[in-house]
Design a protein around this ligand. Structure first.
Ligand code: SAH
Length: 218
């Protein structure tokens, strides 16, 4: 069950969360502002209401999680998203990261492979406030060729390798932020497709995501 009440207590906890994330090193005010405005507790079962603003991941069913707010902020900051950019997200999960991007003015296309999680977005009213946010059921390794190219791609599950089709769906100058690794921890990478078609790779911190799995799950 979800709650849709955003009380003064929730708002206060959100302000504290923003300060926690800032202290951990997030500096982009547009990212921090989006975290301040998206009611994270709406994206979880109401049983988590009291702890929804702790800086940690929580279960959302189907053995999946809503990412830790610091991780959401970290990936979003690396993505350097600008208003009206087309952003492809792999791994909708709770929909929280997608709403943070939409709040920053991006046109978001998000894919989820778990049918139950995808279906739960249909009855979730909050994301409907962003008309440019679109949900898809499919395999993220394939991307969304029909809607490509994208300015930005963000992968929110641990990828065993950099999916070639996702690189192909980037615009020249486009960027992808993706945690890569098959073990318990992954390296956050940022791939920039340069104008001459070369892909530049930058390496950032270690994180721990649920695995990116090939194929759809019914
Ligand atoms: N961005 C999410 C985090 C969800 S966890 C949020 O804000 O809550 C990662 C999600 O990626 C899970 O829901 C998982 O089912 C999904 N996933 C894993 N492999 C995938 C694939 N190949 N295509 C699409 N989604 C995938």
């Amino acid at each position: 069950m979800r709650t849709y009440e955003d009380s003064y207590r929730h708002k206060g906890l959100r302000r504290q969360l923003v300060e926690v994330i800032r202290q951990k090193g997030i500096t982009d005010e547009r990212v921090l502002d989006a975290i301040l405005h998206i009611p994270r507790h709406f994206f979880m079962d109401s049983a988590f209401d009291k702890i929804a603003y702790e800086d940690r991941a929580f279960p959302i069913g189907e053995s999946q999680t809503i990412s830790q707010p610091y991780t959401v902020a970290y990936q979003t900051q690396l993505l350097e998203v600008k208003p009206h950019e087309k952003v492809l997200e792999i791994g909708t999960g709770s929909g929280y990261q997608a709403c943070v991007l939409a709040e920053m003015g991006a046109q978001v296309f998000t894919i989820e492979r778990q049918k139950k999680l995808f279906d739960s977005m249909k009855t979730f009213s909050f994301p409907k406030k962003f008309p440019s946010l679109k949900f898809f059921y499919g395999d993220g390794f394939e991307g969304l060729p029909t809607y490509a190219p994208f300015h930005k791609v963000i992968v929110t599950a641990a990828a065993p390798f950099i999916p070639p089709k996702l690189v192909e769906q980037l615009r020249p100058g486009g960027r992808m932020v993706i945690p890569v690794g098959e073990g318990r921890v992954q390296r956050m990478l940022r791939i920039t497709l340069e104008a001459d078609g070369q892909a530049k790779e930058e390496i950032f911190d270690n994180f721990s995501f649920v695995p990116m799995v090939e194929g759809k799950n019914h």
